[in-house]
Design a protein around this ligand. Structure first.
Ligand code: SF4
Length: 347
């Protein structure tokens, strides 16, 4: 057993103690809502948008308004948080996105985090009334490694955005994906960055190797590696909001990561897997960590979904489209999942 492996249990015990001093024993699911599947940058080494056909105009991958808003109505009623609204860079112009933000705010009834690339100050000012904070998709913080992983997405504009957001009183979050070549020494860079920009929240993901990307044969970091970063951050930043990304094929690490001091969980394909054995496993892992799971990924509340849309202050034609999406896509799939799950359980 390496020295690191011996030290991890102690580190986690300390981190969990700090978590308990600063947060209630609760965990939420945070849904990332995508507005497109293509990106004008499209060359980050880990990102599935980098593997989209180059001949396709990224703007043509834009998702419909009604699909996004239907998902927000669903999320609100299932008690999910919105990790952020995100998508490719350069898909919306600022006017279009401001309009979209107003609709999002109406449908979700709360402000949301947004991750849109580096946003200049005048645009931040316009978005401010509708947002809870901005997320800088920093991905990895070692400057040399960042240049290799994100050749066309430099860190500097994000650093400027964080400065501007700080002076405007807008909350700041960042992302870090483990498994792309970082070393434990990079913790120094990360700590400096969090301190300098007074980062309020961090998303700690583990690499999902994507076909067609330079990292398609990348090694998935172990749960111990992911826990090490979370525990270190919890110890150094007791009040930092730490969210852990856990894919459906790695759910058995979730309670471990919560013990290491993470607050909430994301990455789970919630609309696709609601009510399945995977969703049950996620909730079970949260309980195993001694946390209460806020919201649900397994129990569809019996509410009048059409009425939930009808009360929104939106154009009547848009409301009809939202209801159609909600009923004939999301709720239909969720109900089917639940039926299959019941059949599996009874067979
Ligand atoms: S800028 Fe963002 S969305 Fe675009 S390729 Fe890079 S990581 Fe993916």
């Amino acid at each position: 057993m390496s020295e690191e492996e011996i030290l991890l249990p102690e580190l986690m015990e300390k981190a969990e103690g700090i978590y308990k001093e600063n947060f209630p024993l609760e965990t939420s699911f945070e849904r990332a809502i995508f507005y497109s599947w293509g990106c004008n940058i499209g060359d980050c080494a880990f990102c599935y948008m980098s593997a989209q056909p180059k001949e396709k105009d990224p703007k043509e991958t834009k998702r419909s308004k009604e699909s996004i808003l239907a998902e927000l109505v669903l999320a609100r009623n299932l008690g999910w948080d919105i990790g952020f609204i995100t998508g490719g860079v350069g898909i919306y112009n600022p006017d279009e996105f401001e309009e979209m933000l107003k609709l999002i705010h109406t449908a979700f009834k709360e402000k949301v985090w947004i991750s849109l690339g580096a946003i200049p100050r005048p645009i931040l000012e316009r978005y401010k009334p509708y947002i809870r904070g901005i997320v800088g998709s920093t991905e990895t913080i070692n400057p040399q490694l960042h240049k290799i992983i994100c050749p066309s997405k430099p860190l500097e504009p994000y650093q400027k955005m964080f400065q501007e957001a700080k002076s405007l009183g807008i909350a700041r979050a960042m992302t870090m994906i483990l498994g792309m070549g970082e070393t434990k020494e990079d913790l120094l860079y990360l700590k400096d960055f969090i301190e300098k920009y007074e980062i309020n929240k961090i998303h700690i993901y583990s690499l999902k190797p994507r076909k067609g990307t330079p990292l398609e044969r990348g090694k998935i970091p172990s749960k111990e590696e992911q826990a090490w970063w979370i525990a270190q951050l919890r110890i150094h930043f007791p009040k930092l909001d730490i969210q852990c990304g856990v894919w459906y094929d790695r759910l058995d690490r979730l309670s471990f990561l919560l013990h290491a001091g993470a607050n909430n969980v994301s990455n789970f394909q919630a609309t696709k897997l609601f009510g399945t054995k995977y969703a049950e496993e996620l909730e079970r892992e949260v309980h195993q960590a001694g946390r209460v799971f806020k919201g649900t990924l397994t129990k569809l509340p019996s509410i009048d979904w059409d009425a939930e849309v009808d009360v929104l202050d939106l154009d009547p034609k848009l409301k009809e489209k939202i209801k159609n999406k909600l009923n004939n896509e999301y709720l239909k799939r969720i109900r089917k999942n639940k039926e299959v799950n019941l059949l599996e359980l009874s067979s």
